[in-house]
Design a protein around this ligand. Structure first.
Ligand SMILES: [Zn+2]
Ligand SMILES: [Zn+2]
Length: 334
């Protein structure tokens, strides 16, 4: 089969990935073999390719927004059948026994492992996933539209939960890529007023088309104070900007796994009045199942740009350069 490997992590312009021929993987105990139909291109893949997130395994295949079909069952798998549609996401292993796992915070498990970082992911014709971490998918949504929901969507949803936005609250979204445009749809469906603060005319237009109340530049003040904000752009210098935009008691959640350094904060204008700064670390399986359940109900749809599997590197370059709005998806045409 064809698979992309992170060969020499570095700037995507220097082509850190290589398309290689590999044997179709054998599913281990408790694992599903998945024939990949579509795999979303997440910013985390770019961080892995460029070395911002050092690979956990040399030559790893990136990709953790996989929509596919079960093509084989490892020993000890129950509840899945060959031919079923399946989703593979970022979180793929937790120990289930540590103090975080037993308190419902498996996203913080120190033994956690991730698809496309610790284990080969979906930039390939086949991949494997532990059955306990595989998702059942809503039948109403097609493969390409569904792929970005599996990380961008789920993480955006957890980030929204992390803002503790009150009903009908005012939400600011800093950056408006794959994750943000999905998060916006959930927030709007739940009655929030959403303000988008981002570069890029296309992204602002998409925000307004989706029903957001305003779309301005990332350093502009929003038209009204915010009860909650989510920083999707990996730019630490926006942290004080977003904190200043919060109303008293507001919460800023930082959604990215990688963020450039945050400048020194001014206590009085940026943290006082019980403003809160929170990070978002991965997600629990419960977050994922809950979000995928809302997808059909709210009609959440990803704006996608399809690329053939062979053009993964170009897709990552286009993501880095901001050449599209919404999310890129690799389509396995093999
Ligand atoms: Zn654990
Ligand atoms: Zn991701």
């Amino acid at each position: 089969m064809r698979a992309w490997a992170v060969e020499r992590p570095g700037p995507v312009e220097r082509e850190p990935l290589r398309l290689v021929g590999r044997a179709v993987p054998e599913p281990g105990s408790g694992e599903l073999l998945v024939h990949v139909r579509a795999c979303g291109v997440c910013r985390t893949d770019l961080h892995v390719a460029e070395g911002d997130l050092p690979v956990h395994r040399a030559g790893v295949t990136p990709g953790h927004e996989v929509v596919g079909v079960v093509a084989g069952l490892g020993p000890e798998v129950r509840g899945w059948e060959v031919g079923e549609r399946v989703g593979v996401a970022w979180l793929r292993h937790t120990d289930g026994t540590c103090r975080y796992c037993v308190h419902g915070a498996e996203n913080l498990c120190p033994s956690s492992e991730y698809t496309g970082w610790d284990a080969d992911g979906g930039y390939a014709e086949y991949t494997t996933v532990p059955a306990d971490f595989a998702y059942r998918l809503p039948a109403e949504v097609d493969d390409i539209a569904l792929a970005p929901l599996l990380c961008a969507g789920i993480i955006g949803y957890r980030a929204l939960l992390r803002t503790s936005l009150p009903p009908g609250g005012r939400l600011g979204l800093y950056g408006f890529g794959g994750s943000a445009h999905l998060c916006a749809q959930v927030a709007l469906a739940q009655g929030a007023t959403v303000h988008v603060l981002t570069r890029g005319e296309d992204s602002r237009r998409l925000a307004l088309d989706l029903g957001c109340a305003s779309a301005g530049g990332p350093y502009d003040p929003p038209p009204e104070p915010l009860d909650g904000a989510i920083l999707f752009a990996p730019a630490g210098d926006l942290v004080p900007v977003a904190l200043r935009a919060l109303d008293r008691g507001g919460v800023l959640a930082v959604a990215g796994i990688h963020l450039s350094d945050v400048p020194a904060l001014r206590y009085e204008s940026e943290l006082f009045y019980e403003k809160e700064l929170r990070s978002v670390t991965s997600n629990t399986r419960e977050n994922g199942r809950e979000f995928l359940g809302l997808v059909a109900r709210y009609g959440v749809r990803a704006t996608t740009h399809a690329y053939p599997l062979a053009q993964a590197q170009r897709a990552l370059g286009d993501l880095k350069a901001g050449r599209f709005d919404g999310a890129a998806v690799l389509v396995n045409d093999g």
